[in-house]
Structure formats: C-alpha cells, structure tokens
Unconditional design. Structure first.
Length: 394
C-alpha cells in the first residue's frame, strides 16, 4: 500500500482543521490548488471580462481535457465538459436509439435519477427495462447479466457505486460481457471518479459520466463525460447548438466529431479550469494510493460502527469503498445528521428514493451516510465514533 503525506494533504485543506468532513460522497473539501484556480479565474473575469478571460486562459481551460484523458486513459477528443454528472449521463442515455420492445439492462442498486430516465423511455419509447438480479454480495450478478443479453438488448447501464451504500459493482466484468455481445455500455461512475483508478479501456465501457464535486475535490456545477469516439459518432445528442454542431449549406448541420458534440457553448469556465486542476491534483497523489487510503479508513469506520449498540451498518459488496451507511435504533438519520452538525461533523442522509430498488428489496428507509477521503485521519474516525455515541444519547 502506497503511503500518502497526510500532513501535506491536510495543510492543503485548511477547512479540515475546523471540522470533521465525512461528506465526501456529497461534496469534498476543495484543496488550495483547486480553490485558487477557481478564484483566480473569477477575479480575471471581474478584471478583464468573461470573453476576454476565456481567451487569456485558453491553456487552463484546455488543461481540463488533458488531465481527464490522463485520468481515464483515453484521448482528449473523447472527453466533454458538462454542467453536472446527471446531464452528462442523460446526454448519452437519451441519444441511444430505442424502439418498442428494445431492452435496457440495469442493476438493482441503480441511482434514483437514472430510474426515472428508464421509466420515461419505457413510457415514451416502449423500452423494456430489465433489472438484473444481485449476487449474494449485493453486486450485479454478471452470470445473470450474460444470460439476459440477446438481440433485444440495446444498452447496458450500470451505477458503478450506488449513492446509498459502499459496494463497488464489477464494472470491468460487465464491460467484458458488453464487448462480447456488441452492446453499448454506459457507466455512471459519479462516486468512483477521484476515489479509485478508472481506466476506460480496461473497463470496456462506451461512455462514463461523473462529477467534479465528489471525490475529485472540484467545484460544484462541474461534470464530465467520456464517450468512446466510434460510439459517440454513432449518436446524435438530444440537444445541439453552434458549439456542438456546425451549420452547413443546403439547410443541414453536422455534429462535431467525438465527445464534444455532447457539450454546449455556455459553460462554467471558472469551474472547468478548476476541475482540470482538481484532476491534476488527484493524479499527483496517485489514484491507486488514494483508493487504498480511502478503503482503509472506511473499513476502520465500519468496524467501529459494528461494535456500537443499536447501530447497523447497511453496506453491501465484496469490494467496499469509502461510503459507509448505517442506521441506529436510537435516532433517525436526519436527527443524527443534525446532532453531529452541531459538533462540526458533516455527514449526509440518503433517502430511500436515492437507491429505490435496492432499498425496497432490503426493507430500508433513510440511512445515514459517512464518506471518508484520503485527507481524513484515523483519529477523526475515533472522534466520529465518540461524537456519534454522544449524539445517540442526546
């Protein structure tokens, strides 16, 4: 396991001295290098104008594509900057041609927003949404998936890490099945990007969506899309503008090559520059080292929670990541969150609609979610447990 300089990581994260931030699956704390990029870009817009700053800062804006290509092992032309992860996912999902009787295969632990989109296409386009069963660890059952793939299947869509639990779905195994069958594979890795290595060639996905604000430690209002060039150029996005396509004589238009066809002209350019800085910052630490550190802290936290009276850890999975979910007999998740907040400890609550199929199958309502990152410490885990014990007695 690679060793990280945690003192330096915390020095780069001044807010970590004032609060215990276990809400990294919601939005991480930005390091100084990222916040400085964001603020400096905004100050340049203030001083020079928005259009003029975009011209002056062209290298910083292009850095987003370079760093994303490094992060995901792809070409810069296969990366698009998006306003958020949901829109990145939507732009591909709604571009995939679906006709009545076509099937979309997905998983029990799917994100609620994606479930709404599946149901919309079922209602509007006649798609059949097939939920692949879990294996005994709560992951997508890849043997069952392989048996379900036939000529009716037009898309395999998977949440890599569910919002409401610590499991990691076997994305690369799904990718092998998708490639062998020639079925497009859309991976929602909103919680994976920045927490673990994501090599899209090794995974075998045709598209991958994610956000800047979570484990990448970038600003809110930023997202990204990887789309394999050949796959992207088979799709026409549901929305186009003069940035994503070109007008041609004779009354026609031509979408841009590669992933840029999914972008739009008006962008959060300060956020784009800062997201590039966040990706570069994460790469500087090493995604393998980040994953090992996050997994270790999360395992410590699960172990301590499991010892507490009345507390139940609700995570599934063979591989478990930095998201730790739990319930307590003594208090509701919302009350726990408020009590910890008064002690300068940040967590979040996952509502049952966040992971609707999984929670319904397991009889879960809302759960408390504590999510760690590499700049957190073993001492903070111990402090969290002590604070939680006090909060449950309030």
């Amino acid at each position: 396991m690679a060793s990280l300089d945690i003192a330096r990581a915390r020095a780069d994260t001044p807010a970590a001295e004032n609060l215990l931030h276990f809400n990294n699956a919601g939005a991480s704390l930005m390091p100084l290098a990222v916040s400085a990029t964001l603020h400096e870009y905004l100050r340049a817009e203030e001083n020079f104008g928005g259009y003029e700053t975009a011209e002056r800062e062209a290298a910083a804006l292009d850095n987003f594509y370079r760093q994303a290509a490094r992060l995901f092992n792809c070409d810069t032309g296969e990366i698009a900057f998006m306003e958020n992860a949901t829109r990145a996912w939507d732009m591909v999902f709604y571009a995939v041609p679906i006709k009545p009787g076509d099937r979309i295969l997905t998983t029990v632990s799917e994100y609620g927003s994606n479930v709404i989109a599946y149901r919309q296409r079922a209602r509007r386009d006649g798609a059949e949404v097939v939920v692949v069963p879990d294996d005994r660890h709560g992951r997508i059952d890849t043997a069952a998936l392989a048996n379900l793939v036939d000529e009716r299947v037009k898309l395999i869509s998977l949440s890599h890490i569910p919002t409401g639990g610590g499991l990691v779905n076997p994305a690369a195994e799904v990718g092998k099945i998708a490639r062998a069958a020639g079925v497009p594979f859309l991976l929602d890795s909103c919680q994976g990007a920045g927490q673990m290595p994501l090599d899209v060639r090794a995974i075998g996905c045709d598209a991958l969506s994610g956000t800047g604000r979570k484990y990448l430690r970038g600003p809110r209002g930023t997202g990204f899309l990887y789309a394999r060039r050949e796959f992207a150029e088979q799709l026409e996005p549901p929305f186009l503008d003069t940035h994503a396509a070109q007008l041609v004589d004779g009354g026609g238009y031509q979408p841009l090559p590669g992933a840029r066809r999914f972008e739009n002209w008006e962008q959060n350019l300060a956020g784009k520059a800062a997201l590039g800085a966040a990706m570069e910052y994460a790469l500087g630490w090493g995604l393998g080292a980040i994953r090992d550190r996050v997994y270790k802290l999360a395992a410590q936290l699960r172990g301590e929670l499991a010892k507490m009276d009345g507390v139940t850890v609700t995570d599934q999975g063979m591989e478990q990541c930095g998201i730790v979910t739990f319930t307590a007999e003594q208090k509701s998740p919302g009350v726990i969150k408020e009590s910890l907040g008064r002690r300068a400890i940040n967590i979040s609550v996952v509502h049952r609609w966040g992971t609707p199929w999984s929670y319904a199958n397991r009889g879960l309502g809302d759960v408390a979610r504590a999510s760690v990152h590499y700049y957190n410490t073993e001492g903070e885990v111990e402090g969290f447990i002590s604070a939680l014990e006090e909060a449950l007695k309030d």
